[in-house]
Design a protein around this ligand. Structure first.
Ligand SMILES: [Zn+2]
Length: 499
């Protein structure tokens, strides 16, 4: 009962936006010393521990993702990174038969006060005004209160994680979802307090002047009334971020109230050890999370999940063919539907290795209407097929295309036209195309001059007619050139830039 009183007072403190002073240095998580009433009740009533379902059965929970940027829309966390984070979360939870799926479209929020929020009151507003019902709501932001990697807000029941702590091999999201599923820190009671190895460790903690909590000892006495109250999580007093040794233990040697020394176990996702140390939940923690989902969040569980993974075969490209020239104002990309995919993430980059993504589209069909892209440029595109339950597939490399503008059609002589494109050529696609539409011109001489006026290339076409001729400029060094198209009826000169 005394526990209940301090929990109530804590929730009240949260609601009022008053937060206990937390050391701001290297905070892993800003979730306060909160012990969910549900977990207290569950642990006090062992009868409720019998699992409501077969432990082999996977529990599927919906994850609603909100990416937050500043007022100008700058700073959104990349979709590929969101997918990698969900895949890491599912990898971490797979041994405990809990999995998460993407609940609908990724929501984009452009608000600077949420993107960089330093107080829980703004975080509460962000969550309350944007959250989706019957889902775990994740808000990806640039900064969080107390310079923390993330937090779970008990009254808004939402999670915030900063961009720097998301992604592949990060476990902050796993930690915060652990909170959402009722878990306290294994060092519960030490939040906001700094363990000092030189001071004697007390037998009890006073929390908010309301109640006391046993400090967990190595021997395990009082373990069901100490810290997180799980007897299979060993004592841990470290409430500031820490890195571990090769055995995943703390460098700091701690002393329990009985004078026995130990090192904190960094393997537990709910500790404040660094990402590289974390590998597991304890069996009791896992049982509690599954029971919490079953008893407290049963309406959230997807009873009829679509669980087919997206086929790993490459996506088949329909249009354009690799290296094709596309008119810059009307770009459309098409590929064949992929087995088990409901959506596609399409990315376009100026770089073949996708060092930066210039354009991104999330589409449900097998066509992306790209529209206008800059003219006379090379682009590369790739497609990742996915569905809500499988966002972990690979991108299929679809190759590249170049953009051109048809306004370059020129009349050499009356009713004799030639189109020259591109006039801006790069090493990766070193050809200039000449599309002839000649009616009554026969012999045509092509001469390419460098900026010093010297001929560097010459071609003679006996009868171009209606044909496409390619001029290979791969042997030329970068610079400005002039292409002279000479016929018996007229001459045309085009400037060609080689990069
Ligand atoms: Zn935490």
């Amino acid at each position: 009962m005394r526990n209940r009183i301090w929990i109530l007072s804590l929730v009240l403190l949260w609601a009022l936006g008053i937060e206990a002073q937390i050391d701001v240095a290297s905070q892993r998580c800003a979730t306060p010393a909160h012990f969910t009433p549900w977990l207290a009740d569950y642990l006090e009533n062992p009868s409720k521990r019998s699992p409501a379902r077969n432990a082999e059965e996977i529990i599927y929970l919906p994850l609603a993702v909100h990416t937050v940027a500043d007022n100008n829309g700058d700073g959104h966390y990349p979709t590929t990174k969101i997918f990698e984070s969900i895949c890491q979360l599912n990898d971490d939870f797979l041994p405990y038969n809990i999995q998460f799926y993407l609940d609908g479209d990724i929501n984009r929020i452009n608000r600077s006060i949420y993107y960089e929020h330093d107080n829980f009151s703004d975080g509460f507003k962000m969550m309350q005004s944007n959250k989706k019902s019957l889902a775990i709501n994740l808000f990806i932001v640039n900064s969080a209160p107390s310079n923390a990697c993330g937090y779970w807000h008990p009254s808004a029941d939402g999670i915030a994680v900063i961009k720097n702590c998301m992604g592949k091999s990060g476990h902050t999201l796993t930690h915060e979802v652990g909170h959402w599923l009722s878990l306290p820190h294994p060092f519960h009671g030490w939040e906001g307090k700094t363990y000092d190895p030189d001071k004697e460790t007390p037998l009890y903690h006073g929390i908010n002047g309301q109640d006391t909590l046993f400090v967990e000892s190595v021997g395990g006495d009082n373990c069901d009334r100490a810290a997180d109250k799980f007897c299979d999580t060993p004592p841990d007093y470290l409430s500031l971020g820490w890195s571990c040794n090769s055995e995943n233990l703390s460098g700091t040697i701690l002393t329990d109230p009985n004078g026995q020394t130990f090192r904190s176990d960094g393997r537990n996702y709910m500790s404040y050890s660094s990402d590289a140390c974390q590998t597991q939940f304890s069996p009791d923690q896992a049982d509690a999370m599954r029971a919490y989902a079953d008893f407290a969040k049963s309406f959230y569980i997807n009873k009829d999940p679509l669980i087919q993974d997206v086929f790993t075969d490459p996506v088949l490209q329909v249009y354009p063919n690799p290296g094709e020239q596309l008119h810059y104002e009307n770009i459309e990309l098409e590929w064949e539907h992929h087995v088990n995919a409901t959506h596609y993430l399409v990315q376009i980059s100026r770089f073949s290795f996708f060092a930066s993504v210039d354009y991104e589209f999330l589409v449900e069909s097998n066509i992306a209407q790209v529209g206008t892209l800059p003219v006379d440029k090379n682009f590369y595109w790739r497609v990742q097929p996915f569905n809500a339950f499988d966002v972990c597939g690979d991108f299929t490399d679809m190759g590249g295309f170049a953009t051109f503008d048809v306004t370059d059609i020129e009349e050499v002589a009356p009713s004799n036209f030639v189109e020259v494109y591109p006039t801006y050529v790069t090493i990766s696609r070193p050809e200039v195309n000449l599309a002839f539409a000649f009616r009554d011109i026969l012999q045509t001489d092509l001469s390419l001059y460098n900026s010093a006026g010297q001929i560097v290339k010459h071609d003679r076409l006996p009868n171009p007619g209606h044909s496409l001729h390619q001029l290979d400029v791969s042997s030329l060094s970068a610079g400005m050139y002039f292409l002279k198209i000479a016929t018996s009826k007229g001459v045309l000169i085009k400037k060609i830039s080689v990069q």
